[in-house]
Design a protein around this ligand. Structure first.
Ligand code: 13P
Length: 337
């Protein structure tokens, strides 16, 4: 059987290359309204559309952000939003040289028949939603599913996560969006780094197996893995060099060199830890662009500095730029604390 290539094949390859360009990574700012509400509550703000708009305008209009950031993942509300001055958020991103992306999954729900594990919804109607997102200016997509180590992971949960990611990736490529493939292995647990490594090998083996079965073009995807670390409650902590060794070993064993970029999530690591770990992974040549797609590790200090006050906008943008620049240097293996 001959499978027809996506009509967007060339564009997908180009978009993925642009995002995976030297010294740049992704700003994840696609918190759902519920998660964004938690972030705003931490600085005493109400979860209103106006507050979300003010915060996200601050992020994307930080002067010179595009030097360090190649893509921004948006929540649907932001894709269609304008700033208070009436300028479209998507247009500001494009002016900054940042590719707009969109979170397309519909979140996690309990996986029946498993050990209290989850699966990710959102395949129904995905093709038509993605066609509309492309029209609105999005050029890449993100789908985050999770795997829990303390709860298993069961073979069922891993298979469901991998299959869902593969179907999403194929549908996204059909609609012109580069899929970011994100099976997050949650940090929770007392397990050591070896256990995380073992689970990650299984998850990525299945994910690539099903992506191949679904005729996904590997040159037109990006990955968003968790770094291989000990569980958050494990007493044996790992140095950045150990995290880098395990994570690169995992990538070498499981990820074909056709994939242009590996954009890590920060997953609850501190801002500096996430930068140091990325830097350690870029001390030698890698077959893929090894970079970041951080939300919390780029935004935490910025959000606290802003505290919802207009007079703090510049200082908050400076805090964002500081993290963005540090991670840009880490992408090049040149970060020094
Ligand atoms: P963190 O970097 O805060 O883990 O978020 C990245 C993300 O987009 C998770 O899906």
């Amino acid at each position: 059987m001959v499978v027809r290539a996506s009509a967007y094949a060339d564009e997908l390859v180009q978009t993925a290359k642009t995002i995976a360009s030297p010294g740049r990574g992704i700003l994840a700012m696609d918190e759902s309204n519920a998660t964004c509400g938690k972030r705003l509550a931490s600085i005493g703000l109400e979860n209103t559309e106006a507050n979300r708009q003010a915060y996200r305008t601050l992020l994307i209009s930080a002067p010179g952000l595009g030097q360090y950031i190649s893509g921004a993942i948006l929540f649907e509300e932001t894709l269609y939003q304008s700033t208070v001055d009436g300028k479209k958020i998507v247009d500001i991103l494009v002016e900054q040289g940042i590719v707009p992306g969109i979170k397309v999954d519909k979140g996690l729900v309990p996986l029946a028949g498993s050990n209290d594990e989850s699966w990710c919804q959102g395949l129904d109607g995905l093709a038509s939603r993605e066609a509309a997102y492309y029209e609105a200016g999005a050029r890449f997509a993100k789908w985050r599913t999770v795997v829990s180590i303390p709860n298993g992971p069961s073979a069922l949960a891993v298979k469901e996560a991998a299959w869902g990611l593969a179907r999403y990736a194929a549908i996204s490529q059909e609609n012109g969006l580069v899929p970011i493939v994100e099976p997050e292995i949650l940090l929770d647990g007392e397990h050591g780094i070896e256990r995380t490594f073992e689970v990650a090998q299984k998850v990525w083996a299945e994910t690539f197996y099903y992506m191949a079965e679904n005729n996904v073009m590997f040159e037109g995807i990006l990955l968003k893995p968790s770094m291989v670390t000990p569980g958050a409650e494990c007493e044996d902590r790992a140095t950045p060099e150990q995290v880098a060794d395990y994570t690169l070993k995992l990538l070498h064993r499981r990820i074909p060199p056709a994939v242009p970029g590996i954009m890590f999530l920060s997953g609850g690591q501190s801002e500096v830890e996430a930068t140091q770990n990325l830097n350690a992974m870029n001390q030698g040549p890698n077959p893929w662009h090894v970079s970041f797609s951080y939300a919390r590790a780029l935004q935490n200090t910025c959000l606290k500095t802003w505290a919802g006050r207009p007079e703090n906008v510049k200082a908050a943008q400076d805090a964002l730029l500081l993290r963005a620049k540090a991670n840009s240097l880490a992408q090049l293996g040149k970060y020094t604390s």
